[in-house]
Ligand binder design. Sequence first.
Ligand SMILES: [Zn+2]
Length: 269
Amino acid sequence: MSSFHRVESPLDPGTAVYDHVLPAGEGWLHPIQAGQTLRILDLEGNQAVDTLFYNAHDFTERYSATETLKQQGAIYLTAGSQLMSSHGREMLTITADTCGRHDTLGGACAAESNAVRYALDKRPMHSCRDTFLKCLWQYDGGLSRKRRAASSVPDPLGGQAGPGPAPGALSRKRRAAPSVLDPLGGQAGPGPAQGALTKRDITCNINFFMNVPVTSKGGLEFADGVSAPGKYVEMRAAMDVLCLISNCPQLNNPCNAYNPTPVRLLIWN
Ligand SMILES: [Zn+2]
């Protein structure tokens, strides 16, 4: 397994400015400032941590799996990987990794993939995509409801459609609206002011601790996990980002022994 690259961190959990245990099946939406370091610690082993990043001041710039793979010329993420944005800029860099390999090809589990991979009656089971949507909904809920009440445009999350522009136009309108939310409480950047995050902002994610090897024939395998209790991955932010995590609730995949487990999240200044 020469492609596994393991690097330990010098950081002491006792000096972290944030320390939180995220139960299996829960979501987490949290700002990370430029220069801060985020550690994701796999407490019980082989847990999948589905993760997305957005520029905290301009949500139209977000993590891009394709830009990341193109930039590093390799398909797995590990220490040294720069996590690139859709605008071709470094968002974060993985600075330590005791697991050695993470996936960004396999995508997040969803109602649709539950039905296709497992069985039709698994479709309603809790998925990462549901968790992402719930986090985004809770994050911008008050703002969106206020805006919806003030206009007759359709609800991009599935509410009643009314007369007005298409959902795409709504998203652009929201992003162009004056900044009312700044997760970091600081200056909004010079780009478009941020608005709501919606379903269309959920794009190809990172699966920390997941092992999805590409076969010699070019296929993808969801293989047995390569992580173990206490393994961690750490990344330093190069810009202010908003981090969205679904701590995967999947109960149908043998790679986590059908047993989703909690992770610990730490941040250092
Ligand atoms: Zn999942």
